[in-house]
Design a protein around this ligand. Structure first.
Ligand code: GDP
Length: 534
């Protein structure tokens, strides 16, 4: 018999949205929440963001630049399913944060701008999803604007992503001539009503009508209907029909069309997520050093921290560790133990991120994300469970693209700087490397903006004024291999060796060329661009 815990897990849909900036992720997020009944008015997501921002100093940067830096989660119960929408920062400088958030997602919605198709950031994020075997649902957005030929868009998905597109709907026109879309499986036509007024009054669109019924003539001219019919036939012959298994295995993507801004096609997308996106899966783990499998319905509560968020309230120096649950029925007040440190904590004030507001979580299941307030005890990658024996691997660190030496203007504060940099590295804001020789602090980031956020936070939270200088190093690689081989390599390259925040050995190269050269000379040691967090 299926346990109540397993049933609860089975109705969870935990997903993230990936897109290139400006494709419409924020607008779609808001409209998914609207369609799911989680918020009542458009503009709420942005407004919520604004409130949070005014409360927090470092987010001034976000406001000035109009980007969203922090990732969070929005939970809502709709149509018998519990949806957890993981929010990811849009700006590419924060892609590292996005990568980590994707490790907590069971599915991803790929939003494409119908006029632009697949853009560079879409591709990058897609690759992470593929690496993690996350199935992808495609939403082609902005159909209310002049779009590319949908066939071309699908062919681009097939050729650039090596993914079979399976359109579930087919649009009738685009831009000023956008009339709606045909449900390719049900044969219903979903009309699009263009409104000229503000966003508030255009939430409703006419009800679907039968494509071959009489009422279709209200929405499509004869010629338009004939064209759509012909296209649907072409599409039926040219693309495979949707196959759930193939989608779950990452070979196929169901394709939806719509306009997030005009609240069109979002209901269908949400229904598709509910119907096809996978429930939480069995997770591979280690238990007391032995390989183990963790089932969502298992009795033991477990999860892993995929993000640490600081500063939701700048008056408190506390942090919120985002724990993605992987099994069991979590109840408030429960004791969980961290596998790496063996520290046990009573989770008395867990936070669940209901779309409307933060609330205390009374219970949660696999797939859910709870926020655990703590004072820096929990770190990204930590595994928590009741026994403290379970360990989940697979949260990656990525080799930084930019390395800088950081100095504090007041030399008396050097000690203070160390603590602050370690704190920010533990949160994953930037990475920290300590060269074996000398007393430099080298910080690494994927994008320039991370340094700005860092400088801002060091000034506001730690009263430290810092200077970033060019670093003698350009590339960092984690060393992997037999212990003796790694130690031998380290002893011969002390001047180019450093340690990361976990004291793992890192080779700091002056150029990619140098790394290639050294790697060739030491075939027993691997020079890794990513590190799976222990
Ligand atoms: P993000 O950067 O991906 O989060 O994109 P936003 O949601 O902020 O949208 C970027 C811009 O595109 C904004 O000006 C939106 O109003 C606009 N936009 C988003 N979705 C649509 C859509 O369906 N149709 C039209 N015409 N504009 C849209």
């Amino acid at each position: 018999m299926t346990s109540p815990t397993a049933l609860q897990a089975a109705r969870r849909r935990t997903f993230a949205i990936i897109s290139h900036p400006d494709a419409g992720k924020t607008t779609l997020t808001e409209n998914i929440l609207l369609a799911g009944g989680a918020i009542r008015a458009a503009g709420a997501v942005r407004a919520r963001g604004e409130n949070r921002r005014t409360r927090s100093d470092w987010m001034k940067i976000e406001r000035e630049r109009g980007i969203s830096v922090s990732a969070s989660v929005m939970t809502f119960d709709h149509d018998g399913k519990m949806f957890n929408l993981l929010d990811t920062p849009g700006h590419e400088d924060f892609s590292e944060d996005t990568y980590r958030t994707l490790t907590a997602a069971d599915a991803a919605i790929m939003v494409l701008d119908a006029a632009k198709g697949i853009e560079p950031q879409t591709l990058k994020l897609f690759e992470v999803c593929r690496l993690r075997d996350i199935p992808i649902i495609t939403f082609i957005n902005k159909m209310d604007r002049e779009a590319q030929d949908p066939i071309e868009l699908l062919d681009e998905i097939a050729s650039k992503l090596a993914l079979d597109p399976a359109p579930l709907y087919w649009p009738a026109g685009s831009g000023g001539r956008f009339k709606g879309m045909l449900d390719l499986r049900e044969g219903a036509f979903i009309p699009y009503a263009k409104r000229t007024g503000g966003a508030a009054d255009d939430e409703g669109h006419p009800e679907p009508v039968a494509f071959d019924g009489n009422s279709i003539s209200q929405f499509l001219e004869d010629a338009e209907k004939a064209e759509l019919e012909e296209q649907a036939e072409l599409v039926g012959g040219g693309y495979p029909s949707f196959d759930l298994q193939s989608f779950l295995e990452g070979h196929m993507t169901p394709v939806f069309f719509g306009s997030a801004l005009r609240h069109f096609g979002v209901k269908q997308l949400l229904a598709g997520i509910g119907a096809y996106a996978p429930a939480p899966k069995t997770m591979k783990a280690e238990k007391g050093g032995e390989p183990a499998e963790v089932e969502p319905g298992d009795k033991e509560v477990s999860g892993f921290v995929f993000k640490v968020q600081a500063n939701m309230d700048p008056n408190h120096r506390d942090r919120i560790a985002m724990l993605r649950l992987t099994s069991g029925k979590f109840t408030r007040g429960m004791k969980l133990k961290a596998q790496n440190t063996g520290r046990q904590m009573s989770v008395n004030a867990p936070i669940m991120f209901f779309a409307s507001d933060r609330e205390l979580a009374e219970e949660a299941y696999a797939g859910d994300v709870i926020g655990i307030p703590n004072h820096g005890v929990l770190r990204v990658g930590d595994s928590l469970s009741e026994s403290g024996l379970l360990r989940f691997a697979g949260l990656p660190n990525f080799a930084p693209e930019i390395l800088r030496r950081v100095r504090v203007k007041d030399p008396l504060k050097a000690k203070h700087l160390k603590k602050a940099l370690e704190g920010l590295a533990e949160e994953g804001v930037t990475q920290l490397f300590r060269p074996m020789i000398g007393s430099d602090f080298i910080v690494g980031a994927v994008g320039q903006l991370q340094f700005e956020v860092m400088a801002d936070r060091l000034a506001n939270e730690y009263q430290l004024e810092v200077i970033f200088e060019n670093s003698p190093y350009a590339e960092a690689r984690w060393l992997v291999g037999d212990r003796a081989d790694v130690e031998d390599f380290v002893s011969k390259h002390k001047s180019a060796m450093g340690q990361d925040i976990d004291e793992a050995p890192v080779f700091l190269g002056k150029s990619a060329w140098e790394i290639g050269y050294v790697a060739e000379k030491y075939p027993k040691v691997r020079f890794e661009r990513t590190k799976e967090r222990a």
